[in-house]
Design a protein around this ligand. Structure first.
Ligand SMILES: [Zn+2]
Length: 118
């Protein structure tokens, strides 16, 4: 596991996350596709906000199962809080917000057909 640093564009929201980036998900649902999100999911213990607690605007849609945390200043969604099928809380990290990873080194390892499953 590697500890990566990330932030929204303006820096109001910043975080550290422990992940090996083994799974990078690209989803074609109406939300992810519009934002161009590339996500990896981690346990809440592996994610630590270092700035921006309470500063984000939650965006909810469809079943309201996922709280997309949007920075009200720059509009970037650095992470979201959701629940796995078994009810466990999961953090969806927008890997495009990682500041210590070469951007073009990240390629989706999983394409999720959210458009037809959400
Ligand atoms: Zn921001």
């Amino acid at each position: 596991m590697t500890t990566h640093a990330g932030s929204c564009h303006c820096g109001a929201v910043a975080f550290e996350v422990e992940t090996d980036l083994e799974t990078v998900i690209e989803c074609n649902c109406t939300h992810c596709y519009r934002k161009g999100l590339m996500l990896t999911f981690v346990e809440p213990e592996a994610f630590r906000l270092t700035a921006g607690e309470g500063a984000t605007t939650p965006y909810l849609f469809n079943r309201h199962a996922i709280e997309h945390q949007v920075c009200p200043t720059c509009g970037v969604e650095a992470y979201a809080k959701g629940r796995a099928a078994d009810g466990r809380v999961q953090i969806a990290v927008n890997v495009r917000c990682l500041t210590d990873v070469e951007p073009f080194s990240l390629t989706p390892t999983l394409r999720f057909d959210g458009l037809h499953k959400v």
